[in-house]
Write a protein of this length. Structure first.
Lengths: 255, 247
């Protein structure tokens, strides 16, 4: 397993994409740091960029990578190694590369110009989202037979979780504005990993006061130890379920 | 050594292999032929465990390969089009393959030397031409001195000198008593390299016997017209395909 991972990483870390992605993240971080000296403003701006960009890049890159490596995966399957190991080594290599790019891209400017706890949370959330969307992308890849369709599914998932879902939630809240919705909203948030990440960030930033009563309720829930635990558990479900499913499909897939 | 027992495989609605039964014995060299889409590649991939049959089983050395991966230590596979990680160097690719079979310490470097791969081991796989990539695939298939060699269109894409080197290597391994399976559309290569002919037609074995008896049966003296005749028969007998063998 470690051997396979080692060689998968050799390849992926040298890819042009890894370098461009890291450079792009550095550029974003540096320019945002230049604009403001206030760390909480910096982390809010970084979050807004990250919450859109990281899932998108993860989903598209992981799908492309899976399909570009298909022949290599076939070659591995003809060797005396377990299918599950081939799958996991590819998956971890992608997650590792995306996380490393994020750590370098956002982390280096932070080392230079300082960071607070919210920026550290930002990095953690970014890595979790990378992993979650890599899981989605691999699921889309193993379920299809051509690259275009797989990228289509990955993009659709990204659009749903990043754009459409928020609209749906707003619509629900607006329609049922006369009812107490704190708990329902909380439940709805759990159904979207991107929102979970965003809320985890916002709670660090002390701007929940802007969100009215629901915000106060969220603050109370998520700042407590139990709330934190629940979020992490739900996020790990979002992480493990797609990966587990795609692993199962991969085991029975014909190459 | 390898026996394929009543395997069936469907891709969607299309039945690629139908109750397919065949066995390969050690020391023989088999030419696997058939029109495009007849199930040759599916058969090979099933033996390698890349395609999982819907029913039936495949035994290698008497043990079912289902869910197993150890038996692949004894199988050298040369794919039709080998594609490798673009940024990996040739040297790294070889050490990776060696890493995957840590218990094998003696390597067969005949082809590595003949193709002079040592000289270009610093080149990355992405920069290689198709022919050079094929040379790498061939060298990898023979590297571990496997008991079974599965070669999918081995000479396609190689220049005449390299093709000759590869063919003489295949002949050498055949004399050493290896089990060799070759698919190819180049009949002259097959005649040179194999002694058993297997003709697959629409997912079933149409012919399975020695090349000598193929010539006898078709009353042709040469291999290509014999195969041509066989192909004509498949077209005529399309409705009542029968297995012809006295093996």
């Amino acid at each position: 397993m470690l051997k396979l991972l080692k060689y998968a990483l050799y390849d992926i870390l040298k890819s042009r994409f890894a370098i461009i992605y890291t450079a792009f993240l550095i550029l974003v971080a540096v320019s945002i740091y230049q604009v403001s000296d206030d760390l909480s403003k910096v982390s809010l701006s970084l979050m807004n960029v990250m919450i859109m960009v990281v899932p998108l890049i993860s989903a598209v890159f992981a799908t492309t990578h899976f399909y570009n490596n298909l022949e290599f995966i076939e070659l591995m399957l003809a060797q005396p190694v377990k299918r599950s190991q081939v799958f996991l080594s590819q998956l971890f290599a992608v997650i590792f590369m995306l996380s490393l790019s994020l750590l370098l891209g956002f982390g280096l400017p932070m080392l230079l110009w300082g960071a607070d706890s919210s920026l550290i949370t930002l990095l953690a959330v970014g890595m979790i989202l990378s992993a979650v969307f890599t899981g989605f992308a691999f699921l889309a890849s193993v379920l299809t037979r051509d690259k275009a369709r797989a990228i289509g599914i990955s993009l659709a998932l990204w659009i749903y979780f990043s754009l459409v879902y928020d609209g749906l939630v707003l619509y629900i809240i607006y329609s049922f504005a006369d009812y107490p919705l704190e708990k329902a909203t909380l439940g709805l948030v759990m159904l979207n990993p991107v929102d979970l990440g965003r809320i985890l960030m916002l709670m660090q930033l002390d701007i929940s006061a802007l969100m009215g009563y629901t915000g106060a309720f969220f603050k109370q829930f998520f700042s407590s130890g139990i709330g934190m635990l629940v979020i992490l558990m739900v996020l790990s479900i979002w992480l493990v379920v797609p990966i587990g499913l795609s692993g199962r499909v991969f085991k029975k897939k014909d190459f | 050594m390898i026996s394929v027992k009543t395997i069936s495989k469907k891709f969607g609605r299309q039945e690629v292999l139908k109750d397919f039964t065949l066995s390969f014995e050690k020391g023989n060299s088999y030419a696997i032929m058939g029109p495009n889409g007849s199930g040759k590649t599916t058969l090979i991939k099933s033996i390698l465990g890349m395609v999982l049959p819907d029913s039936g089983e495949i035994l290698v050395k008497g043990r079912s390969i289902k869910g197993k991966e150890d038996y692949r230590k004894d199988v050298g596979y040369m794919p039709q089009i080998g594609r490798y990680p673009q940024n990996m160097k040739i040297g790294q690719l070889f050490s990776m393959m060696k890493d995957m079979r840590p218990e094998i310490r003696e390597y067969d470097l005949d082809l590595v030397e003949a193709f002079e791969l040592e000289k270009i081991k610093e080149k990355t796989m992405g920069t290689l031409s198709g022919g050079t990539t094929q040379k790498v695939s061939a060298a990898l298939a023979f590297l571990f001195n496997p008991e079974v060699l599965v070669l999918d269109e081995p000479t396609a894409g190689l220049d005449p000198i390299a093709a000759e080197i590869l063919k003489s290597k295949i002949r050498k391994e055949r004399e050493a008593g290896k089990l060799i399976l070759i698919t190819s559309h180049i009949l002259s290569d097959l005649e040179e390299l194999t002694d058993q002919a297997i003709y697959i037609f629409e997912g079933e074995v149409f012919f399975n016997d020695s090349i000598e008896s193929l010539k006898e049966m078709t009353s042709e003296e040469k291999f290509s017209p014999a195969i041509a005749k066989l192909m004509q028969w498949t077209l005529k007998k399309k409705s009542t395909t029968k297995v012809m063998t006295h093996a």
